[in-house]
Design a protein around this ligand. Structure first.
Ligand code: HEM
Length: 341
C-alpha cells in the first residue's frame, strides 16, 4: 500500500515536471535547467549529464547547439586552418588578434543586449560597420578571408562567433602556443559592438591606468591582462607607421616563435633590436606596478605564463555570454590536439 502511494506521488511529480517543461517557453526551460545545472555542477563550462536532461526537454530548434560531442565539421575546419596557419603564418597571428577584437567588444559599461553584450558574438566578422573602424586596421582583408572560409562551413551549423574564437585558438596552436579550451555553441550577432571598448596603442588612452580599467570593465584582472599581452610574442605591426612603427616591425625579437621573450624584451628594451614596442606595451610593463610585476613573473617563468595565458584566453573567448549559455557550450578542444609540424 505504502509503495503504491510512493509510486503515485512519483508519477504526479513526473507529470507536473513534464507539463512544466512542455508548456513553458524555451527560455524558461533553459533557465530552470541552467539553474539546476549551476547548483549541482558549479559554474564551470564543461559537458555534464544535464545536457541529456536538456536535450530531452528542448524542442528540435535547440538540439544542434546542445549536443555533447564536438561535431565532425570542426575537425574539418581545424585541418583546413592548420594548413593555412602552418609555421605561424600571418593568417595565424591575425586570427589571434581578430578573436581578441571580437570578444573585446564587451564591457560591463555597455547597456546589456543579446546575445553577448558586444562580446564574443561574431559581429567583427558579420558587421561591415564594426570592421571598418580604425581600431581594427589592417584586419579588413583578413575579415574577407575569414568570411569566404566561413561560407564553406556555415551551412553545416557553424556559427560565426565560434568560428572566430576557434580560429584564434588554432592560430595560437600553429605558433606552438598552448592548447586553449575551445568551446562551441555561441549565438551570433551582426550588430556592431559599441565603440570605445578596445585599448589604444599610442597617445591618449595608452597609459597603464586607462588600459587596466578598460580590461577591468571586461572582468579581466591586471595579471590576466599581462598574461594576454604575451600574445604580442608573435605580433608584427602593419598599420602604425604614423606612430613611428616601421611596416612589419615585430614586437619582440622572435615573432615566429611563441616564447616569453616579449616580457623581458619589453621591460628592458635593447635599442639595437629591430623589435618596436607600442607605447601601451611599454606603459604596461613598468616594473613595480601591478601589471609590471606580472610581466617580470612571466618573463622569468614560461610555465607560469602558459597557465595564466590559457585561462585568460578562455575567459576572453566567453566575454558577454550568459552563465546559462556558457554552461550549454560543447567542448571542442580536441580539434587542437594535432602534431604541429
Ligand atoms: C593594451 C592592449 C593591446 C593593444 C593596445 C594592442 C594593440 C595592437 C596593435 C596596434 C597591433 C598591430 C596592428 C598592426 O599595425 O598591424 C597589434 C597586433 C597584435 N595583437 Fe595586440 N594589442 C593589445 C592586446 C592584445 C591582446 C590581448 C591580444 C591577444 C590575446 C593581442 C594580439 C595581437 C596579435 C596576435 C597581433 C599581431 C596581428 C597580426 O599579425 O596581424 N593583442 N596589437
Amino acid at each position: 500500500m505504502k509503495s503504491l502511494s510512493v509510486f503515485r506521488a512519483f508519477s504526479l511529480f513526473l507529470a507536473c515536471t513534464h507539463a512544466f517543461f512542455y508548456n513553458a517557453s524555451l527560455d524558461t526551460r533553459s533557465m530552470a535547467l541552467g539553474t539546476l545545472n549551476t547548483v549541482v555542477m558549479g559554474k564551470t563550462a564543461v559537458a555534464n549529464p544535464f545536457y541529456l536532461l536538456r536535450r530531452a526537454f528542448f524542442g528540435h530548434e535547440k538540439r544542434s547547439a546542445l549536443q555533447s560531442t564536438c561535431p565532425q565539421v570542426w575537425y574539418d575546419i581545424a585541418a583546413d586552418f592548420r594548413r593555412e596557419f602552418n609555421g605561424c603564418s600571418r593568417y595565424a597571428s591575425t586570427a589571434i588578434r581578430f578573436s581578441f577584437h571580437d570578444a573585446g567588444g564587451y564591457s560591463s559599461k555597455n547597456s546589456p543586449y543579446p546575445p553577448a553584450n558586444g562580446g564574443a558574438d561574431g559581429s567583427l566578422l558579420l558587421s561591415d560597420v564594426e570592421i571598418a573602424r580604425e581600431d581594427h586596421n589592417p584586419m579588413q582583408g583578413f575579415r574577407e578571408y575569414m568570411l569566404s572560409k566561413w561560407n564553406d562551413y556555415k551551412d553545416q551549423g557553424v556559427g560565426a562567433a565560434d568560428f572566430v574564437q576557434a580560429a584564434g585558438n588554432m592560430g595560437i596552436r600553429s605558433c606552438l602556443g598552448p592548447v586553449i579550451t575551445t568551446m562551441i555553441g555561441r549565438e551570433d550577432s551582426s550588430e556592431a559592438a559599441p565603440e570605445g571598448t578596445l585599448p589604444k596603442a599610442f597617445g591618449q588612452g595608452s597609459d597603464q591606468a586607462t588600459i587596466v580599467q578598460l580590461f577591468a570593465d571586461k572582468g579581466i584582472s591586471a595579471r590576466e591582462l599581462a598574461a594576454l599581452m604575451g600574445a604580442h610574442t608573435v605580433s608584427r605591426s602593419f598599420a602604425q607607421q604614423k606612430s613611428g612603427v616601421k611596416y612589419a616591425s615585430p614586437q619582440d625579437d622572435t615573432p615566429q616563435v611563441w616564447d616569453n621573450g616579449y616580457y623581458s624584451q619589453t621591460q628592458h628594451r635593447n635599442t639595437s633590436s629591430a623589435a618596436a614596442s607600442f607605447a601601451s606595451d611599454v606603459n604596461l610593463a613598468v616594473p613595480g606596478t601591478n601589471v609590471g610585476e606580472s610581466y617580470t613573473e612571466f618573463g622569468n617563468s614560461g610555465a607560469s605564463w602558459a597557465k595564466a595565458f590559457s585561462e585568460a584566453m578562455l575567459k576572453l573567448s566567453l566575454l558577454g555570454l550568459s552563465e546559462d549559455k556558457v554552461a550549454s557550450l560543447v567542448d571542442c578542444t580536441d580539434i587542437l590536439h594535432w602534431d604541429v609540424e
